[in-house]
Write a protein that binds this ligand. Structure first.
Ligand code: ADP
Ligand code: MG
Length: 237
């Protein structure tokens, strides 16, 4: 999935200004930056929930800029939501089945595989989503996205509300997906998750990508900054 020269303005305010990004198969790419940098806006352009005023989004070379979100999901672009968006009255397994129905291919095995991969194949599978804790709901969301057998997986702040162990478990699952060839994009405040997971990091500030490179290199550069630096993760909380 590629973004080329994306520009988004909300009224007169330019939220994205000439953004290029490649989300490559078999790799975890991360986008970091403080609140208001434009990360979610970029994410929405890639997912198809927002149409840029300029620029292109391409999937496997095909221009999908004008393809709406549900049709992109069918083409293999799955996503999770920063604000959790599971169906509260449906059970865990039913929520995951919805993902299979919306996805790229109708693979009956994909639901069970996704439940297993996320540790949701025990008794929890039959519980309504409404009463489950955040950590479990994040796994339900991810399982739902995976049940459609996506080629590209877009994650907006997947570590939000998770404890250290849950973040480590999430990182293992995401790494395994990338190793199987999925293209992953993670938009994230939690630099610990990014450090342990991403292959490439893009740093956003004020609507632009200001730095890109291998994770260790970019995070090392971020570590030696002053407290007012827009790249400081603390500035984004
Ligand atoms: P991030 O995800 O990095 O915190 P966003 O993409 O959510 O940043 O927001 C980028 C900028 O665009 C912010 O200044 C935000 O206030 C503004 N913005 C986001 N969505 C809207 C909207 N629907 N209308 C007007 N301004 C918006
Ligand atoms: Mg955001």
């Amino acid at each position: 999935l590629q973004a080329r020269a994306l520009r988004v303005s909300y009224g007169g305010f330019i939220a994205l200004d000439g953004v290029d990004l490649d989300v490559l198969a078999g790799r975890v790419s991360a986008v970091v930056g403080p609140n208001g940098a434009g990360k979610s806006t970029l994410f929405h352009c890639l997912a198809g929930t927002l149409r840029p005023s300029r620029g292109e989004v391409r999937l496997g070379g095909r221009d999908v800029t004008r393809v709406p979100a549900h049709a992109r999901t069918r083409l293999g672009v799955a996503r999770t939501f920063q604000q959790l968006a599971v169906f509260p009255s449906l059970t865990v397994a039913e929520n995951v089945r919805v993902g299979a129905e919306q996805g790229r291919i109708a693979d009956p095995g994909a639901v069970e595989r996704a439940l297993r991969l996320l540790g949701l194949d025990g008794p929890v599978r039959s519980l309504p989503a409404a009463a489950l804790p955040t950590g479990t709901l994040r796994r339900v969301e991810l399982a739902r996205a995976l049940a459609g057998s996506p080629r590209v997986l877009l994650l907006d702040e997947p570590a939000a509300g998770l404890d250290t162990d849950e973040v480590a478990a999430l990182a293992r699952v995401l790494r395994a997906l990338a190793d199987d060839g999925t293209a992953l994009l993670v938009v994230e405040h939690d630099l610990d998750l990014v450090a342990g997971l991403a292959d490439v990091v893009h740093v956003m500030a004020a609507g632009r990508i200001v730095t890109s490179g291998p994770t260790s290199q970019v995070l090392r550069a971020l570590g030696s900054t002053d407290p007012r630096d827009p790249l400081d993760p603390a500035a984004g909380r």
